[in-house]
Design a protein around this ligand. Structure first.
Ligand code: G3I
Length: 347
């Protein structure tokens, strides 16, 4: 009788611990069988948050690549002209390397999250020097440990022209090629990518980006890949256009990355919204896995508890694949089914 009682307790404990649906193979394990990377943006100070252990446990189980969400950006890593602060970025890198994950560095040239000291008048020569010093110092510091860099981020406007940033207005368009050349010099082994949003399908912005990268490649500028951020909403995207767009960038000889995926849905999400979101995630994964140039698919976070979406899009939330209690959502299972099918048929 006693034995029976303990057996029942054991079964109950096992059922409860698997009840969030995470029993079985992880996304990471499936991705590794397919030879791709699956990852997430790693939140600020994840080592001090109250649910740090849970966060880290999920991350190491499900993913094999991470991008620090903010802590490699200029304002964090280069707070004063002559002072770099690598301590926070190092925590992300250490966590990744301890858990056999790749690190995707983000980002060397952007117009947001710049330190206050950059906000003054510069001559072209001065700003070139500042940029060269930043890129060589940061890439050099992480040489061999950060394998992929978003060298230039969001340099194209939504209309399809150069974005009018401090870099463009002071230096001119050549800041882009110089950034790639300096990054290559600082770490010849790192994969160097151009990263942007709203370039997933064929449109004026992706056309301009395509032409820009094509010309840079023809000049011999060391660009290895392109990052499609993929911040999208419940309306999804035009899938044929996405497929064709991936193909044209791959035909330039580039590696392809989905770098920041999330699918925002209404704050008051219904089961129907969650199912629709799952379909969108699954479809994007299917199309990516058709194209052998796709190397990695990363989400901009993994739990809805920590996501930039509610703070930036009024009325939207729940954009990621785990809910606020770390339970897998329909999107998680839909992605898993796509990966499992690919594993059984071969990519
Ligand atoms: O660090 C300050 C902190 O000192 C202050 O107390 C707090 C008060 O609001 O703000 C903190 O800064 C915030 C920063 O994230 C660091 O957490 C900013 O307000 C906030 O605007 C900033 O948002 C980030 C955003 O980039 C800035 O543009 C998001 O977390 C981050 O997810 C987002 O990421 C970008 C990618 O880098 C590029 N692609 C688009 C993507 C989403 O916008």
């Amino acid at each position: 009788m006693r034995k029976l009682f303990f057996a029942v307790v054991l079964v109950l404990v096992a059922t409860c611990s698997a009840s969030n649906g995470l029993e079985g193979e992880s996304l990471r394990s499936l991705a590794e069988k397919l030879g791709i990377y699956i990852g997430y943006a790693s939140i600020n100070h994840f080592w001090t948050i109250p649910d740090s252990n849970r966060y880290m446990e999920m991350a190491r189980r499900e993913f094999n690549i991470l991008t620090p969400e903010n802590q490699m950006k200029w304002d964090s890593i280069h707070p004063e002209p002559d002072r770099y602060n690598f301590s926070y970025a190092e925590r992300h890198v250490e966590f990744a390397l301890e858990n056999n994950m790749l690190v995707h560095g983000h980002t060397l040239v952007w117009h947001n999250q710049l330190p206050f000291w950059l906000n003054r008048q510069w001559t072209k020569e001065e700003l070139l020097k500042v940029l060269e010093d930043h890129i060589k110092t940061v890439v050099g510091h992480f040489r061999g440990r950060v394998k992929i860099w978003d060298v230039v981020n969001e340099a194209v406007s939504d209309m399809g022209s150069y974005r009018e940033t401090i870099w463009y207005k002071t230096i001119g368009p050549e800041y882009i090629e110089k950034a790639f050349v300096w990054a290559r010099q600082a770490d010849p082994e790192a994969i160097l990518i151009y990263n942007d949003y709203n370039i997933e399908t064929i449109n004026p912005k992706s056309n301009f980006t395509y032409q820009l990268i094509k010309e840079l490649k023809e000049k011999g500028v060391p660009i290895d890949g392109i990052g499609f951020q993929m911040h999208i909403d419940i309306n999804g995207i035009d899938y044929d256009s996405f497929r064709n767009n991936l193909k044209r960038f791959a035909d330039l000889g580039l590696k392809l990355y989905i770098t920041e995926m999330d699918v925002r849905i209404p704050k008051s999400a219904t089961q129907k919204d969650l199912d629709r979101q799952a379909e969108i995630y699954a479809k994007i994964f299917e199309i990516c896995l058709e194209n052998p140039a796709v190397q990695a698919i990363q989400f901009w976070g993994f739990t809805d508890k920590y996501s930039w979406v509610p703070g930036f899009f009024a009325g939207y939330d729940h954009a990621l694949i785990f809910d606020k209690d770390y339970n897998p959502k329909p999107a998680y299972f839909a992605i898993k089914r796509v990966l499992e099918a690919k594993v059984s048929k071969g990519r």
